[in-house]
Design a protein around this ligand. Structure first.
Ligand code: APR
Length: 173
């Protein structure tokens, strides 16, 4: 599994799936959630609304992941996950690790070979970017060790700011 650390806008990435740092309502927001909904178009919100009226009536729990099509995005799918929110007292790294692991599991199930992650929880949800990077790379290492024949061959970490990209590069080594 190759890891690429990129400073940029995740909505532009030509990968099979991109991960959205959503909230439990799945009905959009600011940050990367807002950017993905804007770029994907209104059908993304409609697909999320359908999830809420069918399989996810109570919304998406923290640490879980669910896929929708990518619609107008270059990516074929969006994998929505809900990171832990420091401001709500959600400081357990296992919750954040689950976002990465569950997103990879869902991507694998879709047959995706390339997947792009933002820095989940490192914005509005208040986690320190360095902690997010450490949790993310540890979760990827564990996933790769547990699934040596994974179809996921490329993971991109797409960081909006050069500062965050620098932190991810430093932690990755
Ligand atoms: N591409 C890549 N990364 C982005 C983009 C983008 N277009 N826009 C923002 N980011 C970065 C932020 O700079 C931050 O480093 O994504 C990281 C995560 O920040 P948020 O989007 O605020 O996500 P999070 O901290 O998980 O908070 C989620 O914010 O937008 C709402 O609906 C969302 O309620 C949820 C909460």
């Amino acid at each position: 599994m190759r890891i690429a650390i990129i400073q940029g806008d995740i909505t532009t990435r030509h990968v099979d799936a991109i991960v959205n740092a959503a909230n439990s309502t799945l009905l959009g927001g600011e940050g990367v959630d807002g950017a993905i909904h804007r770029a994907a178009g209104v059908r993304l919100l409609a697909a999320c609304r359908t999830l809420r009226t069918t399989t996810l009536p109570d919304g998406l729990p923290v640490g879980k992941a669910v896929a929708t099509p990518g619609f107008k995005l270059p990516a074929s799918w969006v994998i929505h996950t809900v990171g832990p929110n420091v401001h709500a007292g959600e400081t357990d790294p296992a919750l954040l690790a689950s976002c990465f692991t569950e997103s990879m599991r869902v991507a694998e199930g879709l047959g995706a070979r390339s997947l792009a992650f933002p820095a989940i929880s490192a914005g509005a949800y208040g986690w320190d970017a360095r902690d997010v990077a450490e949790v993310a790379f540890d979760a990827v290492r564990r996933y790769a060790a547990a699934s040596p024949r994974t179809g996921l061959t490329l993971l991109e970490f797409v960081l909006f700011s050069e500062e965050t990209a620098g932190i991810f590069r430093e932690v990755h080594g």
